[in-house]
Design a protein around this ligand. Structure first.
Ligand SMILES: Cc1ncc(COP(=O)(O)O)c(C=O)c1O
Length: 492
């Protein structure tokens, strides 16, 4: 029953996707990564897992609009599941608008899927026709400290010996690891052993590296928060791992579903949950750690915006409580610029050798000059100054957003405001339902992301419409203009 090398062989050879039904093989090759773990899920949840994996393949863009799917018979045979399960999954996704069925035989990825596209769209250049873009994901790139960066570049070049331009230690330059260890211990309360620190291309590469190490230790799937980042499943799929969406309650990851999930590693954003914005309670943080110990597993802490907390000091990282159970990942993507592709990973001892070897075989180490530059920037206090500057600007923008929502869309409940670069705004039902609100916003040139785009969620029915509103990249004036335009367009 388990999809095997045979399945992959057929796909790679143009089988399932490129066979008699005429569907192209390329998109299917990418989608397999997501479908295979679902096919080997426990029988009771296999149908749901398949639906959710297929939905994710469409949302993440792995299956583009217009792609023709294999027949239910072919897909069932290739995945080693019953045909009924595939038919049911197709029907469900047709009903939800992700797929469409044509006259006669045939199922395609629907055009509507474009509207529910992946966070990669958040990360992509902002589109034409968009006047105010509230999609979360990027900081204010105009705050990038160009002059200080250029000075650090010059200083790094002057200081770097010729030998420093050779292949670097795959963990990163020792002086950068030492500087980062000091910074992270001071700012985030981590236990930062420079020997266990790996400099990498952002949180994204940290996830891939950890995924490979976990795969090598027999893990087949990783738990991810629901709602959560749509990037995580795709990143783990690249390491051959499936993902299980695990629900949150008001305090963090719900213990029951976590315990029942069968996974032994879970990705978590405890300081400012992405995207809901909740901060895990102390009890729930302790509960997560005892769960990890009880299953001999790991927590993967994605500290993507942990530095930005407005109303009190940042909550220390979970990793500080048990560095042997918690891998900690962070980057400069929210504090400087995502285009730098610069991040770090603190690795539990048991996984360190595997992670370092994987980093070596992946790219022979992070670019040496970038590392030398960043070392200089951190050592001279440039990074601390940048964080203080952003913190001031973003607090002001958050306040502008909260005020504009209260004035223009009264009754909107705003949560997750204490930290980070985005909030959750629950717009009252009278402005909905969701598809109408999003369409009206789009016509008015206001780009928005609903909460239902993150995780396994479906669009809410008649209730308030939860939106994930990014504000850090907009000035207070732009924020006010965008909220006014939204209110005018959506007005009941
Ligand atoms: C929750 C979360 N984690 C990780 C990332 C990726 O971060 P990086 O640019 O460091 O790879 C993002 C990107 O926006 C994110 O939102």
């Amino acid at each position: 029953m388990t999809p095997s090398g045979t399945t992959r062989g057929r796909t790679d050879g143009g089988g399932a996707g490129g066979g008699g039904d005429g569907a192209p093989g390329g998109p299917w090759s990418a989608a397999w990564e997501l479908l295979l773990p679902a096919a080997s899920a426990p029988a009771r949840g296999r149908g749901r897992a398949l639906q959710s994996a297929l939905r994710e393949a469409v949302r993440s863009g792995r299956l583009a609009a217009g792609t023709r799917l294999p027949s239910s018979r072919e897909l069932a045979a290739d995945l080693g599941v019953s045909r009924g399960l595939v038919t049911e999954a197709y029907e469900q996704l047709v009903a939800e608008g992700y797929l469409r069925s044509g006259r006669g035989a045939g199922t395609w990825v629907g055009e509507a899927a474009r509207a529910a596209a992946p966070v990669a769209r958040d990360l992509a250049p902002r589109g034409a026709g968009v006047r105010v873009d509230f999609r979360p994901g990027v900081p204010d790139l105009s705050l990038f400290p160009r002059a200080a960066w250029a000075a650090a570049h010059r200083a790094a070049l002057d200081r770097l010996p010729h030998a420093g331009l050779g292949y670097p230690d795959p963990r990163g330059l020792p002086e950068l690891r030492a500087a980062l260890a000091g910074l992270l211990a001071r700012r985030r309360g981590v236990v930062a052993d420079p020997e266990a620190l790996v400099v990498c291309s952002g949180v994204a590469q940290a996830m891939t590296l950890l995924g490979t190490a976990l795969r090598a230790r027999g893990h087949t799937a990783v738990g991810v928060e629901d709602p959560g980042s749509p990037e995580h499943p795709a990143l783990f799929a690249a390491s051959g791992l499936g993902t299980r969406w695990l629900p949150l309650d008001g305090a963090g990851l719900a213990p029951g579903p976590l315990a029942a999930s069968g996974v032994r590693a879970v990705v978590t954003t405890p300081s400012h949950q992405f995207p809901s914005g909740l901060a895990y309670t102390a009890d729930r943080r302790a509960g997560l750690l005892s769960w990890a110990r009880s299953v001999d597993g790991y927590l993967i802490e994605d500290d993507y915006d942990g530095d930005f907390r407005y109303d009190r000091a940042p909550v220390g990282a979970l990793q500080g409580l048990d560095p042997d159970r918690v891998a900690y990942a962070g980057s400069v993507s929210k504090s400087l610029a995502p285009g730098l592709r610069l991040g770090w990973l603190l690795v539990p001892r048991a996984l360190l050798a595997e992670v370092v070897e994987r980093k070596r075989t992946m790219d022979l180490g992070h670019p040496a000059l970038d590392q030398a530059l960043f070392t200089d920037f951190v050592e001279r206090g440039g990074y601390d100054r940048q964080l203080r500057r952003c913190q001031r600007a973003y607090r002001e923008r958050r306040d502008a957003l909260v005020a504009a929502l209260a004035e223009c869309l009264p009754g909107t409940e705003v949560t997750g405001i204490a930290a980070g670069l985005h909030v959750i705004a629950r717009v009252p039902a009278r402005y909905g339902p969701q598809p109408r609100l999003l369409a009206a916003a789009g016509e008015a040139g206001v780009a928005l992301r609903p909460l239902s785009d993150y995780g396994s969620g479906t669009a809410p029915g008649a209730g308030p419409v939860p939106l994930v509103i990014g504000y850090a990249h907009l000035t207070p004036a732009e924020i006010a203009r965008g909220v006014r335009a939204l209110a005018r367009a959506a007005g009941p």
